[in-house]
Write a protein that binds this ligand. Structure first.
Ligand code: PMP
Length: 455
């Protein structure tokens, strides 16, 4: 190891002490190890490693970073808060950043919400929504409602409750014996649509499966939980807003809650501030995290209605209070990061700019529709994805053991672009501060990587 190789020194220390998420650690050992890249600095859409090499963050660091790394405006807000109040217990005590954030979230979210419950990461927001929905029905006397409906291909997090309503085998299969069993209903995922069928037709057709499940199970179901418009970790599978509009009606008809997990798609990712807006609906629970703080601090929020809130309002000994607490609930530093993030939305034409960036991405990806190993080029706002397959006509995937997507990942790192395919789905989910020439680089490098991966 060269004494000048700062990356190698940090990597060696890391691999001797740290256990990383979503990782077979052995991949980082052996003769052809996957790189473990130590990052020392971020600037806008870029990350810089310990040797000074730059990487374009095409995945917004797990979809959290919307306004760039080390964003000065968000950073200044956190620094200001640091000298005042870093944290305070959130039961019996409160603070202005949390109050103001709750007020502002209620103002910008789809109409109908009245309360904000804070937690500290996406999975815990999902846990809160599931428990709150179950507890609501219990408090109003419907104790038979103990189950949930989720879509096939869904991902809602990896704590045990959130993992229970997740249907990505990679994360779920091993732990299945520990999980509660939801009712999985076929996703409206438009990759599965019939030849000649539109997104809308396919999505609407899939509502029939949901109706059938509700007819059979509504009496025992608390809520349907969905990722609005894009099932992200399940492979950036997309569907039409008409499905959400129909689902809202079905939930009302059958007396079950609708939980919208906008942890990944909220905050302008899909072209509107919240994905539910495109269907003109409000769910009973809206889960937010990731972009909420611009990717600076862990924080999540669950918005709900006055009807839900009222069901918990009772004399103490009635035992109706909602019980779910995390030490860092409503952390003031995180709330200030979120307020600064919302201020950027207020002051800058983010949605308009994203529309132009999304159109640029679409133009650059369009030729890939003819690629013999790309079965689908799909996009919803600032999320775009390419589905690599062995056989395009029959949608036959590559054997997963071949890890084709990983070759794209490796190539990206060599060329200074952080692409992190989900299996063989190569996707783009960059920060909104990415420039058109950076989009060109991101897509050029992805295409090179795909050529290497499929040949
Ligand atoms: N829901 C969705 C839709 C997500 O994409 C994620 C994270 N990828 C989560 C929940 C879980 O969030 P966290 O990783 O912060 O627990």
């Amino acid at each position: 190891m060269s004494p000048h190789d700062a990356n190698a020194r940090l990597r060696a220390r890391d691999l001797a002490a740290v256990w990383h998420p979503c990782t077979q650690m052995r991949d980082h050992a052996g003769p052809d190890p996957l790189p473990m890249t130590p990052i020392v600095r971020g600037e806008g859409a870029w990350l810089v490693d310990a040797n000074g090499k730059r990487y374009l963050d095409a995945v917004s660091s797990w979809w959290t970073n919307i306004f760039g790394h080390a964003n000065p405006r968000i950073g200044a807000a956190v620094k200001d808060q640091l000298d005042t109040l870093e944290h305070v217990i959130f039961a019996g005590f409160t603070h202005e950043p949390a109050i103001e954030l709750a007020e502002k979230l209620l103002r910008i979210a789809p109409a109908g919400f009245a309360r904000v419950f804070f937690a500290d990461n996406g999975s815990s927001a999902v846990e809160v929504a599931l428990k709150m929905s179950f507890h609501y029905w219990r408090n109003v006397g419907k104790t038979g409602k103990t189950r949930f409906i989720a879509l096939t291909g869904s991902y809602h997090g990896e704590t045990l409750g959130a993992l229970s309503v997740t249907d990505v085998p990679l994360y779920r299969a091993t732990y299945a014996p520990l999980l509660h069993e939801p009712i999985f209903v076929a996703s409206p995922d438009c990759f599965e649509r019939a030849p000649g069928e539109s997104w809308r037709e396919h999505s609407l057709r899939k509502l029939e499966d949901m109706r059938a499940a509700l007819e059979h199970h509504a009496h025992e179901v608390c809520a349907v939980i969905v990722e609005p418009l894009v099932q992200c970790a399940g492979g950036m599978r997309m569907y039409d807003p008409a499905y959400l509009a129909g689902l809202r009606k079905l939930c009302d008809e059958f007396g079950v809650h609708l939980i919208a997990d906008e942890i990944a798609v909220g905050f302008a990712r899909t072209g509107t501030l919240f994905a539910c807006e495109q269907a003109g609906i409000a769910p009973d629970f809206l889960c937010l995290s990731k972009g909420l703080t611009g990717g600076f601090m862990p924080l999540s929020a669950v918005l709900t209605t006055s009807d839900v809130y009222a069901a918990f309002w009772a004399e103490y000994n009635a035992g109706k209070a909602f019980l779910h607490s995390h030490s860092y609930t409503g952390n003031p530093l995180a709330c200030r990061a979120a307020l600064a993030t919302l201020a950027i939305f207020r002051d800058e034409p983010v949605l308009e700019r994203n529309r132009e960036l999304a159109a640029h991405i679409a133009r650059r990806l369009a030729p890939l529709a003819d690629h013999p190993h790309v079965a689908d080029v799909r996009q919803t706002g600032m999320i775009a994805a390419l589905e690599l397959v062995r056989d395009k006509a029959a949608h036959v995937p590559f054997a997963s053991a071949e890890r084709r997507g990983l070759r794209v990942y490796r190539h990206g790192l060599e060329r200074g672009v952080l692409l992190r395919p989900l299996g063989d789905v190569v996707y783009f989910m960059p920060p909104y501060v990415i420039a058109p020439d950076e989009i060109d680089l991101m897509i050029d490098v992805a295409i090179e990587g795909i050529e290497r991966a499929v040949n």
